[in-house]
Design a protein around this ligand. Structure first.
Ligand code: AQP
Length: 341
């Protein structure tokens, strides 16, 4: 059971990233180790180059994101923790996989459509081929499982198609990975617009809870969360109640219980105010230790670089072998099978 997932170093990480992805990472590193395998987690700086970025800030954001992941519980002794650009096989495999990726399939990607519409100056070729790099990230490790939020479903389906097409064309070389989305919290919604997902680039600051927001700010954002005008208020999950349903999911995910249990815990609530406070408290309890550890870890950039260097060495022990198999299968490179140096 090998696990791979990546996270972008763009902006500040929010509650959707935390519940949809980071909580799954921490659980996954243990599960992979228990199964005698390994989980690989990657800060995907190359993916961050698909939309405009500030070179002077890129490295800072990578350190920020790395520190959040380590503070949340990723342990570089237990998993392989890397920065994407440190492992060149990701980009080499991207080129090879591009040969078995249909242009038409890339054209259908929701994320490309949404993000390209927002670009004012240049829609880069990298934004278009983003899903191929994401496929290479995972396939370079022969990972079995990809823990992500629901918004990444289409990209994981594409990477499965790409792996299948590669194997059909060149022989059984790559592993076809499975999507893993959390049972609760696969799509955390914006608190001010609960019909849109909480996001780094889309939503409002008011409706987005950041992992590093202080406890008071978190409380304020939940207190102002949009609910509905049902009279009497009804704490229930229902398509017609996106705001309340979102709060129930967040409460459940933060406490590690089911939505039904979260609803039952509020049987005596007097209204949505109690739901909002219970959710804010649960989120603060979940994030408080992360914020404290973050402050310590983020200070030591040399230590973060050492962690990345050690991770890259472990990662390349896997990816060089996979890439050597890919080169041999596709007839590229020297006659004798040699792992890349
Ligand atoms: N709202 C969400 N609910 C659950 N999971 C989510 N993820 C993102 N938003 C939600 C999951 O977080 C992981 C990392 O996502 P990313 O690397 O794309 O990071 P990001 O760009 O900061 O996240 P956003 O908010 O998704 O960015 P934009 O604004 O670009 O759309 C992924 O596993 C993702 O599924």
């Amino acid at each position: 059971m090998r696990i791979f997932s990546g996270i972008q170093p763009t902006g500040r990480k929010h509650l959707g990233n935390f519940i949809g992805a980071i909580v799954q990472y921490v659980e996954g590193q243990q599960r992979a180790a228990d199964a005698g395998d390994v989980a690989i987690f990657c800060v995907v700086d190359l993916h961050a180059m698909t939309v405009p970025w500030q070179p002077a800030e890129m490295r800072e954001r990578v350190y920020d994101t790395a520190a959040i992941l380590l503070a949340a519980g990723l342990d570089p002794e237990k998993c392989i923790f890397i920065r994407q650009s440190d492992v060149p096989e990701h980009t080499e495999l991207t080129w090879t996989l591009g040969a078995v990726t249909a242009h038409g399939d890339l054209n259908r990607m929701h994320q490309f459509k949404e993000k390209s519409a927002k670009q004012k100056e240049l829609v880069s070729a990298d934004l278009f081929t983003y899903p191929v790099l994401m496929a290479a990230d995972v396939l370079a490790y022969r990972a079995n499982e990809v823990p992500v939020g629901d918004d990444q479903r289409q990209h994981v389906e594409l990477m499965r198609d790409v792996a299948i097409r590669f194997n059909e064309r060149f022989g059984d070389t790559l592993v076809v990975p499975e999507l893993k989305i959390p049972a609760v919290g696969a799509r955390i919604m914006d608190l001010q617009d609960p019909t849109s997902k909480m996001s780094t680039t889309g939503g409002s600051t008011e409706g987005t809870v950041y992992v590093l927001d202080d406890a008071k700010t978190v409380e304020k954002k939940f207190k102002r969360a949009v609910t509905d005008s049902d009279d009497p208020p009804r704490i229930a999950k229902d398509q017609s109640k996106p705001g309340v349903s979102n709060l129930i999911d967040i409460l459940a995910a933060a406490r590690g219980i089911t939505p039904d249990e979260a609803i039952a815990s509020l049987a005596d609530a007097r209204g949505y105010g109690d739901l909002k406070m219970a959710t804010a408290n649960a989120v603060n309890e979940m994030l408080e230790p992360v914020r404290t550890r973050y402050a310590e870890i983020r200070q030591d950039e040399d230590a973060l670089e050492e962690i990345f260097a050690a991770g890259a060495t472990k990662a390349r022990a896997i990816t060089r072998e996979v890439m050597a198999d890919v080169r041999a299968a596709t007839g590229v490179g020297p006659r004798t099978r040699v792992p890349a140096s």
